[in-house]
Ligand binder design. Structure first.
Ligand SMILES: Cc1cc2nc3c(=O)[nH]c(=O)nc-3n(C[C@H](O)[C@H](O)[C@H](O)COP(=O)(O)OP(=O)(O)OC[C@H]3O[C@@H](n4cnc5c(N)ncnc54)[C@H](O)[C@@H]3O)c2cc1C
Length: 225
C-alpha cells in the first residue's frame, strides 16, 4: 500500500505523464456506453494514485492523427485498478471508436489522474491513510445535493460512494437526468448504493424524452428510489 496522500494526488506539482496501461475488462453499461477497467501495475501505483472525482486523459492515434480525450474516474480509489466510463457521442471520433474497439488485453496510453472536482470527504485509505485515522473528520451531520446528466454521473458516482462510506452522518440527494431509462448509466451500481444506504441516499431520475402513455409533460420523472 502506498503512503501518498490526497495532496499528492491533487498537487499541481505532480507531473502528468502518459503511460501505457493494459485494459483488464470492458463492460457494457448501456447500448451506448462501456466501463473500461485498467490494471495499474505496482510500479505505477504512485503515478496513478487518485481521488474520487478526478479524471484521466487517454491518447491514441485515429485516422492518422493523435487523439486525446478526458474521462472521469467512476469508482472509488481501489488498489491496482482504475475505472472510467465512455459514452458514445453522436458523430464523435474517440468515444465511438472506444465503444466499438476496446477490449480486455488492449494497451492504451493513459495520463496520470488530475483534476480538482473532488470532495474532501472522498478520501479513502488508498490516498490518505493518515486522514482516515483521524476520528474528528466527517463526524458532523452533513446534507449534500448532487446534480448529474448523462455521462456526467461518472465523477459524481465515485464521490457519492466515497462520501457515503466515509461519513456515516452524510445524507445525499442525487438528481440524475437522462433522455430515457435505457440511457441511464450505472443502473446496478446506483441501485446497490441505494440498498446499502436506504435512509441516507435518495436518487431522483429525470427522463426528458421517455415515451409515456399519459399526456406528455416537459420532464418525466421516475419514482424516487
Ligand atoms: C474533464 C472531463 C471529463 C470527462 N468525462 C467523461 C466521462 O466520464 N465519460 C464520457 O463519456 N465523456 C467524458 N468527457 C467527454 C469526453 O472527453 C469526450 O469529449 C467525448 O467522449 C467525445 O469525444 P469524441 O472524440 O467521441 O467526440 P469528438 O470527435 O470530439 O466530437 C464531439 C462532438 O462534436 C461533433 N463534431 C466533431 N467534429 C465536428 C465538426 N467538424 N463540425 C461539427 N460538429 C463536429 C461530434 O459530432 C460530436 O457530437 C469528459 C470531458 C472532460 C473535459
Amino acid at each position: 500500500m502506498t503512503t501518498t496522500t490526497t495532496e499528492a494526488a491533487t498537487s499541481p506539482r505532480r507531473r502528468a505523464s502518459f503511460r501505457p496501461l493494459t485494459i483488464r475488462e470492458v463492460r457494457p453499461l448501456t447500448d451506448n456506453a462501456v466501463e473500461v477497467t485498467f490494471a495499474i501495475p505496482d510500479e505505477l501505483t504512485d503515478d496513478f494514485n487518485y481521488v474520487s472525482g478526478q479524471y484521466v486523459a487517454l491518447r491514441t492515434e485515429l485516422e492518422g492523427k493523435e487523439v486525446r480525450r478526458s474521462y472521469s474516474i467512476c469508482a472509488e480509489p481501489t488498489p491496482g485498478e482504475l475505472r472510467i466510463a465512455i459514452k458514445r457521442d453522436v458523430g464523435g471520433l474517440f468515444s465511438n471508436w472506444a465503444n466499438d474497439n476496446l477490449q480486455a488485453g488492449h494497451v492504451i496510453d493513459v495520463m496520470s489522474p488530475t483534476g480538482a472536482f473532488i470532495s474532501q470527504h472522498a478520501m479513502t485509505a488508498l490516498n490518505d491513510p493518515e486522514a482516515m485515522a483521524q476520528e474528528s473528520i466527517d463526524s458532523g451531520l452533513s446534507r449534500y445535493v448532487a446534480f448529474a446528466a448523462g455521462s456526467g454521473i461518472t465523477p459524481v458516482l465515485a464521490i457519492a460512494k466515497a462520501l457515503l462510506a466515509r461519513n456515516p452522518h452524510a445524507y445525499l440527494n442525487l438528481v440524475y437526468s437522462n433522455r430515457a431509462a435505457m440511457d441511464v448509466m450505472f443502473v446496478e451500481e446506483l441501485a446497490d448504493l441505494k440498498d446499502r444506504y436506504p435512509t441516507r441516499l435518495a436518487i431522483h431520475h429525470l427522463l426528458s424524452r421517455e415515451q409515456r402513455l399519459s399526456p406528455p409533460t416537459p420532464v418525466a420523472s421516475m419514482p424516487t428510489s
